[in-house]
Design a protein. Structure first.
Lengths: 92, 562
């Protein structure tokens, strides 16, 4: 990936946040509404889905915060070379 | 009779799993738009931030073999397994970042074999390049087979369908997005695997009554209380004598095996070469060392818990397995993690745990493929077969080679399925290539007189001696139970390589000094080893030496505490 303005469209922190956010949300909902005593017994009395879900949402928020506070920047003094070529390159 | 590993996965687990794969392929697709030159494809255009390459650095190694193998070791040997991390990996990673990276990154080589060629000429280069390429295809096959095997065990898919589906997914993102896609997916994999294993560990500890409960149960079990202290680790090394055991751990595992693996294995070094500056490249392995120190807690401890809490692995079963006999339950230590997941995780969390495991298998294979295509294209194709073509040609070759390598990996996966033990041996053998490689590199980087002939003759002699020790221990001529054989083999390879290299250097002519600038310590001007300390690389917290010291202190504390 070359460093250029479009790099901001691909910030891996946001992809991590997306993954954690979706997983966290699903797990939290499972843990809140779709949990029976059998599940709780199985996991030694811990509501694993709920706690893991909340934990993931927390880390999701951290990654979003990081990406917002320190956005990707284009390093100065680097001409956006081979910018147009990137779009055209194809798999042969 | 094998233990029943079929996990009770339901629709929600499959949805979570599918979501992960959508992201994986999406990363491949997005990364492809940024690939326009061969440098973009093979080395991510040397543009990635240090935390990304740092996490990828350990994720590339946190593959199937590592996760399953280390939890199996945890179930069998207990805490001494942590040596693979604290004595093994961490010091070697610090050494790579502080001492060796200036030569790799500073000399602008594109691969470890290329460094070999510039320092020692073509023979050493070919020995290194070809053995590396062959090893990667075989290991990719082993990863693929293990992956298919787990899918088969957990979800009941037929083996051949799992092989094809897994290979197709890995191929599509590595061939499209090159190293960037592999690296970003490794970062994502790291997140999922921690997200899966950390809750598993915590719930497991609840189950056995906390750390104290685990300690009591292990002390009372077949392993005894020595499984709770990392030193001296007699069960792990197979040496009865404490002093020899510690020596084996520090010199064999810590110095030779691990330094060899972490500092010369291109799968790892490639991640650092993708960093955007000298400072970021140096920080790559050091940043990776921070999580690496704590991975034992989420890999080894679940194994230890499985050894006391999973019916199929505890009590008489553990005793039988430790004595190298089959357990009455039919389970093996390799299944420790899977059995613990089956016993503890509810649906939902289960899907994420499966995603994490599959992710780690795929990342391992993608790492093999992305380093193989670089070495093959730059070091074999461009150097010896088709020189001086335009850059787009090599980018195309890289993509085609990735496809061919995937097909080859499917074939080696098939070999692995019929000769499972053979693959284990091969793994071990290839790990031996790294020990002499480290000896040759370290001599070559700091001793300017060392000659080209010494480079390849030392390498071959070292490898041969490792193979001899391996054959002796495997055939039972020299009895070393546990994993002591590997430590002795690596030690022998290292010593023989040094001795032979010095001897050959004495009778051959060194390369002229001007050809070694940037490759040898004493001939490299200080400026070209220096990193930038401005802009994105400024600040004490981005200083590799400071970071490395912090890691070192924490590691020592961990060693004392456990």
């Amino acid at each position: 990936m070359s460093t250029n303005a479009r790099a901001s469209a691909f910030d891996v922190r946001l992809i991590i946040a997306l993954l954690l956010g979706v997983y966290g949300l699903v797990l939290t909902i499972l843990g809140l509404f779709f949990v029976d005593d059998k599940d709780i017994d199985k996991s030694a009395g811990v509501n694993v889905n709920l706690w893991t879900g909340l934990g993931m949402l927390f880390f999701c928020a951290l990654f979003v915060l990081w990406a917002v506070l320190r956005p990707l920047r284009v390093p100065e003094g680097q001409p956006p070379a081979e910018e147009s070529a990137a779009e055209e390159s194809t798999v042969d | 009779m094998a233990a029943d590993l079929r996990l009770d996965a339901n629709a929600i687990d499959y949805v979570l799993l599918a979501f992960y794969f959508v992201l994986v392929l999406g990363i491949g697709y997005i990364a492809r738009r940024h690939v326009s030159t061969s440098m973009d494809f093979f080395l991510s255009g040397r543009s990635l931030p240090a935390w990304v390459t740092g996490l990828a650095f350990i994720s590339a190694n946190l593959g199937a073999i590592e996760v399953m193998g280390m939890s199996a070791n945890g179930a069998e040997y207990g805490l001494p397994t942590a040596h693979y991390f604290w004595i093994g990996a961490v010091p070697a990673m610090l050494f790579l970042g502080v001492v060796m990276m200036p030569f790799y990154y500073g000399s602008k080589v594109r691969s470890v074999p290329e460094f070999m060629r510039r320092r020692f000429g073509n023979t050493a280069h070919l020995v290194n390049g070809i053995s590396f390429a062959v090893a990667q295809v075989l290991i990719a096959g082993a990863n693929l087979f293990l992956l298919a095997n787990v899918v088969n065990l957990l979800l009941g898919w037929p083996l051949w369908i799992s092989v094809i589906v897994a290979a197709a997914i890995v191929l599509s993102y590595t061939a499209l997005g090159g190293l960037s896609a592999a690296i970003y997916n490794e970062v994502l994999q790291f997140v999922v695997i921690v997200g899966a294993l950390l809750p598993l560990t915590i719930v497991g500890l609840y189950k056995v009554g906390g750390w104290q409960g685990l300690a009591d149960k292990i002390s009372g079990g077949p392993g005894g209380p020595e499984q709770l202290d990392s030193w001296p680790g007699n069960q792990l090394t197979g040496f009865a004598d404490n002093f020899l055991s510690v020596l084996g751990l520090v010199f064999g595992l810590g110095f030779v095996l691990s330094f060899g693996y972490w500092t010369t294995n291109f799968v790892e070094v490639q991640r650092a070469l993708a960093a955007r500056s000298m400072s970021a490249a140096q920080r790559t392995p050091i940043i990776g060392a921070f999580p690496k120190m704590f991975i034992p807690f989420i890999v080894i401890i679940p194994g230890m818990i499985a050894g006391v809490a999973v019916t199929e692995l505890s009590g008489e079963n553990k005793a039988a397995l430790m004595a190298d006999k089959a357990a009455p339950s039919g389970a093996t230590f390799n299944e420790a993690l899977l059995l613990l997941m089956r016993d503890l995780l509810p649906n939902g969390m289960l899907g994420i745990a499966i995603a994490g495991l599959l992710a780690s298998f795929m990342a391992g294979m993608a790492a093999n493929l992305s380093s193989f295509n670089t070495v093959f294209t730059y070091d074999i194709w461009q150097t010896y077969l088709r020189k001086d073509r335009p850059d787009g040609y090599y980018l195309r070759v890289g993509r085609i080679v990735t496809i061919i390598a995937t097909v080859l990996a499917m074939l080696t996966a098939w070999i692995a399925s019929t000769y499972a033990n053979l693959m284990d041996y091969l793994q071990q053998l290839f790990s031996f290539f790294n020990a002499p490689l480290f000896a040759t590199f370290i001599l070559g980087m700091f001793w300017r007189r060392m000659t080209a002939a010494a480079g390849w003759i030392g390498l071959v002699a070292g490898t041969v001696s490792a193979v001899v020790v391996f054959v002796l221990t495997e055939s039972g001529v020299w009895m070393l139970p546990g994993q002591g054989g590997a430590f002795v083999g690596a030690g022998a390879a290292f010593v023989v390589d040094i001795v032979v290299s010095v001897a050959v250097t004495a009778v051959t002519r060194p390369k002229p000094a001007e050809e070694l600038v940037g490759l040898v310590y004493s001939l490299t001007p200080k400026e070209s080893r220096q990193r930038e300390v401005t802009g994105e690389d400024a600040g004490w917290y981005r200083n590799p030496a400071v970071l490395a010291s912090i890691v070192l202190v924490i590691t020592i504390v961990l060693n004392i505490a456990f």
